[in-house]
Design a protein around this ligand. Sequence first.
Ligand code: NAI
Length: 302
Amino acid sequence: MSTKTDGINTITVFGAGLMGAGIAQVSAQAGLKVILTDVTDKALENGLNIINKSVARVGKKQQPDDIEGFTQKVLANITTTTDAEQAVASTDLVCEAIIESIKVKRDLFSFLDKKAGANTIFASNTSSLGISEIAENCTEERKALFGGLHFFNPVPAMKLVEVVRTNKTSDATYQALFDVTKRMGKVPVACKDTPGFIVNRLLVPYLLEAARMIDRGDATKEDIDIAMKLGAGYPMGPFELLDYIGLDTTQFIAEGWVDKAKSGVLPEALVAPTSSIADLVNKGELGRKSGKGFYDYSNAKK
Ligand code: NAI
């Protein structure tokens, strides 16, 4: 059987937000043909704006004599559409980076399963949902072509991609996903389809425990941040990182894990609630993006 795992030349990216724009950009820079897809023209425009600014920054470093030429060459690899069916009519890889909702993702993939070619590989960039759960309504054949590509924010700068395999992902699919991330200049690591994959599985419990230390009055946030930077060599303290990621995002991941802990997939202590995060989220103080979280950014440069 000839499969698209022989080589990926065209990628369809669903979602032109923060992550989708980044994935489209690094794919286009690698010379792949990119079809960027979202539900509205406005969202596509937003994605293209993000890409334009970011590619120009890359061009400044890589081709300072001809930034415009560099930008044009990368952008020439990207087309956009709001027509999901057309977007997958002839593509080697679908990479989904839409909102983090199991229902919306499942519905999208179930639709695409019927519309895409029989050999098209499907991947999700979810940070907190299970890849098998997202693929649930696809055919068994597609499940063999289904994996996870978990990029990190900001995509153009962050080297890591967690390549996730379910117990149905075929070896050829997995290899193709690995290979394409390397072409994008990334460093792939192999993960099973377990909660949080590698990075979030270790990072989220650490961040939650830092917040619980404040709940208990063990230390101040400032001292915890200093301690982890100077004592553990971390570039950011846990509260600086929480504010950077967004407190709502961290809380959302933790809440999603509560059910998994109840069913024994995760230790319950890892996801025990923390009032300091919940209180800030309730007040709308979500971190850098809202101007305030554990720290105040109202005077910081955007
Ligand atoms: P975002 O909110 O910036 O962008 C999501 C985009 O998806 C929006 O433009 C929205 O219009 C679009 N969209 C919604 N439904 C759609 C559909 N049916 N078809 C096409 N487009 C649709 O979100 P962001 O931050 O880019 O996250 C996207 C995904 O990436 C989520 O699954 C998230 O968990 C994951 N992720 C996010 C990271 C982050 O730091 N923000 C890091 C790694 C993964």
